[in-house]
Ligand binder design. Structure first.
Ligand code: HGY
Ligand code: MN
Ligand code: MN
Length: 418
């Protein structure tokens, strides 16, 4: 399939319009960027808007019991496993408008074009809006694809609470999901999963490539640290007698940074969230909660570095007479993508005369949950200056449309050919 056959401008306009529409569904309209957290009002309205677009594209629409939204074109040959594309509808706080939403918007545009142009495929073709991937509201990530692939069971939702003490189960039920008689979440066996996503990094722009093809998704270790010291008077407590939880947390964060820098690429480590209490100017902080996010594309390095840094953090706590609690809340291994599907994407890029390169994804994606259960591949388009998880996230409409053209070509190849 050559680029000339695919209406690039139609895809470009449809995707642009849908992304603008999606970005209006935010929990914090006065704040910069998009904040769309699982089961919030804006999450519900965004899924409803996507369902309406899927119907307009001629897709059969359904929700599963955690709120994953599917649009389907039935196949002409009974009993065939479906080909699935899609991504996640939730965002981080103050996100850009592309992370997750782009893969869904392009999937709807691609399926609409394929159905209008070629009719029904041999095997079913579906696009999914996974309900949650980021882990932004509850201390669990991949809630959508995790339930779809059986890693999670929606009945365990009561174990997780957000910052306001609302449980995942209460939020899920309030959104109309998690019903005892609700539709099954578990996906039937799939012929393949293709996720289109922004790169969220600098490689494609730096190497002047139009398309990235992911070979491996990096593994992650995320921890919640609870650091206990002694709140005390800032004016009367000598420096030598303090158990300052925030000063200890700061030393731990700098130790994490220096160890990660000396360990070397592609390892990355981040303290993304920190809360001190009582968070009062004239009180020595008595308690701090903070998060660790560690990533590597090699399992041994990820494990060895995590052990090293947790030992160093414990030594800092001991020396400062601080109490330390470490709660692991995410551990994912590096996940290789399907070589067979990667070759299909390379052929599609060649057919479309689009430069590409194979690469590692430092960001986690729903594709890493699907890869163990079906042939899976990821297609990247460039991110301007590598910026993501920020209102400044940007990819040009032409680059978005080129990614969608590759998606159209690969989905045609997988679903329409015998
Ligand atoms: O954090 C990540 O890697 C992804 O954006 N969820
Ligand atoms: Mn993200
Ligand atoms: Mn994402």
């Amino acid at each position: 399939m050559s680029l000339s056959e695919i209406p690039i401008d139609v895809l470009k306009d449809e995707i642009a319009a849908l992304l603008v529409e999606m970005s209006a569904h935010t929990d914090e309209p006065e704040e910069p960027g998009v904040t769309r957290l699982l089961y919030s009002a804006s999450w519900l309205s965004a899924q409803a808007a996507l369902a309406a677009r899927m119907v307009e594209a001629g897709l059969e629409v359904r929700y599963d019991n955690v709120g994953n939204l599917y649009g389907r074109i039935g196949g002409t040959r009974g009993g065939e496993a479906a080909v699935l594309t899609g991504s996640h509808i939730d965002t981080v706080r103050h996100a850009g408008q592309y992370d997750g939403a782009y893969g869904i918007a392009a999937g709807i545009a691609a399926l609409g074009y394929l159905k209008r142009t070629f009719g029904r495929p041999v095997r079913p073709l579906e696009v999914v809006s996974f309900c949650e991937e980021e882990g932004s509201r509850f201390p669990i990530a991949y809630w959508g694809s995790g339930n779809a692939t059986g890693i999670y069971d929606w009945r365990q939702a009561g174990a997780y609470k957000d910052e306001d003490g609302v449980s995942l189960e209460e939020a899920m039920r309030a959104a109309g999901f998690g019903r005892a008689d609700g539709p099954d979440c578990r996906l039937a066996p799939l012929a393949g999963f293709v996720e289109l996503h922004i790169e969220q990094g600098l490689v494609l722009e730096h190497r002047n490539r139009r398309i990235g093809i992911v070979e491996t998704i990096a593994g992650q270790r995320r921890y919640a640290l609870a650091i206990g010291g002694a709140a005390n008077h800032a004016g009367t407590t000598p420096m030598t007698l303090r158990q300052d939880a925030l000063a200890g947390a700061a030393e731990m964060a700098l130790k994490l940074e220096s160890l990660a820098s000396s360990w070397g690429e592609p390892l990355v480590a981040t303290v993304g969230k920190i809360e001190a209490s009582p968070n009062t100017p004239n009180v020595i902080p008595g308690f701090v909660e903070m998060t660790l996010d560690i990533r590597h594309s090699d399992e041994w390095s990820l494990s060895a570095f995590s052990d090293l840094v947790l030992n160093e953090i414990q030594r800092i706590a001991d020396r400062r007479r601080l109490r330390l609690g470490v709660t692991p809340w995410l551990a994912t291994k590096p996940v290789p993508m399907s070589e067979r599907l990667t070759a299909r994407v390379e052929a599609a890029c060649a057919g479309l005369s689009l430069s590409y390169q194979r690469m590692v994804s430092g960001a986690g994606h729903d594709a890493q949950l699907l890869a163990p259960v079906c042939p899976t591949t990821m297609i990247f388009v460039p991110s301007r200056a590598g910026v993501s998880h920020s209102p400044d996230e940007y990819t040009t409409p032409e680059q978005l449309a080129e990614g969608a053209a590759v998606l159209v070509s690969v989905l045609y190849d997988l679903a329409y050919k015998e």
